[in-house]
Design a protein around this ligand. Structure first.
Ligand SMILES: [Zn+2]
Length: 307
């Protein structure tokens, strides 16, 4: 074998090993059981909930990639012994919806009307052809009560925060709420101002969530927790909003905002990373709070949100 042949062989080996590593990382799912009939799947993208009912399986959010959607579908089937009959999408972001097309056409897919609007307008290129069959096909604006087999599920749009179309899922029989990205636990949140997200109104929206009946909490990202976990995140948002307001009132530059020491409620927060940083860090949330308070953003849709 000549040297160049060996070199090529080494390069090919490294590429294959790298691709294998990436594939394994992306497909990896951590499974946590919350009750006899409820599990959380954690992987690259938001937290997925899997509920077993007598009428089949309900899946909340489907992560980012088709291969993740496939793995969620297979894992849910293995855990519950039942095929997925319903998907609930908490909001339109790709890390919660792009696994949908891995499920059977004809599956019930629920979201708010607002979420469906954003899927069409902001992410329309993805939802073409076969993918369009797994777009939300049952929508509501404020509140929806579902009975699936032996289980009761409440879907509530509690107000704007992460976007202006997020819903919260209450698994009534389990006493568990899935908050989607209205709650990042221990991580800096994305604040989608362009899709009606708002630091200013987010704490009040979480008050509306805390008025609902549940004990355990599944966040959109981060570890499962309880109602106090939501309150901790609420204090962080309140402080972040106050900083934005003060910056606007005193004409701070973005550099002044980003160097402020006023933000303390983010102690222990970590930026979300997947092999590389996704940019959701302290500087990002301070920038978004400043942009909201000073009106420096443009909405995707003209009309104000459902609430
Ligand atoms: Zn999101």
């Amino acid at each position: 074998m000549k040297i160049w042949q060996i070199l090529i062989a080494v390069v090919v080996l490294v590429l294959v090993a790298g691709a294998g590593y990436l594939y394994t990382q992306v497909r990896a799912l951590e499974v946590e059981q919350l009750s006899d009939d409820l599990w959380v799947l954690r992987g690259f993208g938001g937290n997925t909930a899997v509920l077993k009912t007598r009428a089949g399986t309900v899946v909340v959010d489907t992560m980012t990639l088709g291969i993740q959607g496939d793995h969620i579908r297979e894992t849910a089937r293995a855990l519950t012994g039942m095929p997925t009959v319903m998907i609930i999408n908490t909001h339109y972001h790709l890390d919660h919806t792009h696994g949908n097309p891995a499920f059977e056409p004809g599956t019930r897919v629920l979201s708010t009307e607002r979420t469906l609007q954003y899927l069409h307008t902001v992410d329309g290129d993805f939802w073409q052809g076969g993918a369009a069959e797994l777009m939300p096909n049952e929508t509501f604006s404020d509140r929806q009560t579902l009975f699936v087999g032996d289980k009761k599920i409440e879907l509530v749009h509690p107000g704007p925060g992460h976007t202006d179309g997020d819903l919260v899922v209450i698994f009534v029989d389990e006493g568990v709420a899935h908050l989607g990205d209205l709650f990042f636990n221990g991580h800096y949140p994305n604040i989608d101002l362009e899709a009606g997200g708002t630091v200013q109104a987010w704490p009040t929206t979480l008050d509306n969530v805390l008025a609902l009946n549940f004990d355990r909490v599944i966040p959109g990202h981060g570890a499962t927790t309880d109602r106090n976990g939501i309150r901790t995140f609420q204090r962080f948002l309140q402080q972040l909003g106050d900083i934005g307001e003060q910056a606007a009132a005193e004409d701070w530059t973005l550099e002044q905002v980003r160097s402020t020491a006023m933000l303390t409620e983010d102690a222990g927060y970590e930026p979300i990373e997947f092999i590389v940083s996704l940019g959701l860090d302290r500087g990002f949330v301070l920038q978004r709070a400043w942009e909201e308070a000073t009106g420096q953003f443009v909405r995707h849709l003209d009309t104000a949100g459902a609430r």
